[in-house]
Design a protein around this ligand. Structure first.
Ligand SMILES: [Mg+2]
Length: 388
């Protein structure tokens, strides 16, 4: 078995929405195809993945460094001992040749897309869904379903409160029982009115989380913490800069309810530092690292190892994502859950129709790999990339 070709294309996200920091209208995603020389039903078995949402396509890095290095390697450098599957750790080390430590930025997303496509390829070669391949590889008892919540609660230029409530009602009608909304894009008093408006629809504050998208300085994060303390919200997400462990630690010292962060940490070393210096409370606060932004599944497993070795539980890991790859990883690694972004971030965001949302959870279908070809809005992009 060998890799015969690796292709990449930058796919635009369909998302004209805004959080407190970012407008997603110009965002795109790297869709990657790793073509093997194994032919089934007249077609080469091909691994497909992408580099998650919110950090742009990494076309240049992939073409100039990571795809080139993997294609230059001999098959016996990246195959497992049996010679019929990719050893994803060996392949990752090939991709990272001549890369210095540290600086975990865009290359973490580029290599993640490629590494995850190798997992998809291995699952397809085994003829099984990726969650099963992942659970077997890491010796984990998989979940049957992934607990899921609807992430949204955006800002609207007109009728802000009414449209926010309509948005939450829409999620409820789709079968979601837990929700998340944005904060930090308006003055504090207005954000409190938005939370109260959303709670009129959601009901229980324990079912509504808020997300500041890293916007606040320490003083503002503490002000919001004090103002929101009596609500008893499900969690308060990414209050400050992702690397501001001092802010997290100070906030965790006074905010009585659950905090969440980590979606913008891209290495196990960053997670070590969050745990050592961020004041994260065991059995309470949530970790949201996204394997499709942070070097792929191998590095993500090292993050979980870092957490568990210090007494944290994988139940408190809820990866950022809202897509098929994150769902297979949550199910395969037995993690706490993840999110969904109903109606936005297509074609990579969302779940295939075979994965319906019910009872607050979503389950993978029976398609091999991550099942991306079964997602109707993504399938044409995959077909175009692989040339069928
Ligand atoms: Mg977030």
């Amino acid at each position: 078995m060998k890799i015969v070709e690796i292709r990449e294309s930058a796919v635009p996200l369909r998302a004209n929405i805004q959080n407190s920091v970012v407008n997603f209208a110009e965002h795109n995603v790297s869709l990657v195809a790793v073509v093997s020389d194994v032919v089934r039903d007249g077609r080469p078995v091909t691994g497909i993945a992408f580099d998650s949402i919110g950090r742009f396509a990494q076309s240049g890095l992939l073409r100039e460094r990571f795809i080139r290095r993997l294609m230059a390697a001999k098959p016996d450098e990246y195959l497992d001992a049996g010679g019929d599957r990719i050893d994803t750790d060996r392949a990752f080390r090939i991709m990272m040749r001549n890369e210095k430590p540290g600086g975990h930025g865009d290359r973490a997303h580029a290599t993640a897309a490629l590494e995850l496509a190798l997992w998809d390829l291995n699952a397809k070669l085994a003829g099984e869904p990726a969650w099963r391949t992942i659970a077997t590889a890491f010796g984990v008892e998989p979940r049957e379903r992934m607990p899921v919540y609807a992430a949204g609660g955006y800002y609207y230029p007109e009728d802000n409160l009414g449209r926010l409530q309509d948005e939450m009602k829409g999620y409820r009608d789709l079968g979601y029982a837990k929700f998340k909304m944005k904060i930090g894009g308006a003055p504090l008093a207005e954000d409190m009115r938005r939370i109260e408006a959303a709670l009129k629809v959601v009901g229980d504050a324990g079912d509504l989380a808020v997300d500041a998208n890293g916007r606040f300085d320490l003083e503002t994060a503490l002000d919001y913490g004090r103002a929101m303390a009596d609500f008893g919200l499900r969690w308060y997400e990414e209050p400050g800069d992702p690397l501001d462990y001092h802010l997290m630690s100070e906030l965790a010292g006074v905010y009585p309810h659950r905090l969440a962060t980590g979606e913008n940490l891209f290495s196990a070393r960053d997670v070590d530092n969050l745990v050592l210096f961020g004041g994260m409370r065991k059995g309470k606060d949530l970790f949201q690292m996204d394997p499709a932004l942070s070097y792929g599944l191998g590095e993500f497993a090292r993050m979980i190892e870092s957490l568990e070795s210090r007494g944290y539980s994988r139940n408190e890991v809820h990866p950022h994502g809202g897509h098929m790859i994150a769902m297979h990883i949550v199910v395969g690694l037995g993690l706490g859950g993840s999110e969904a972004y109903p109606g936005v971030f297509a074609p990579v965001g969302g779940y295939a129709s075979e994965c319906s949302v019910a009872d607050g959870g979503v389950a993978p279908g029976s398609s091999p790999g991550f099942g991306l070809e079964a997602k109707a809005d993504l399938a044409p992009h995959i077909a175009e990339l692989v040339g069928s």
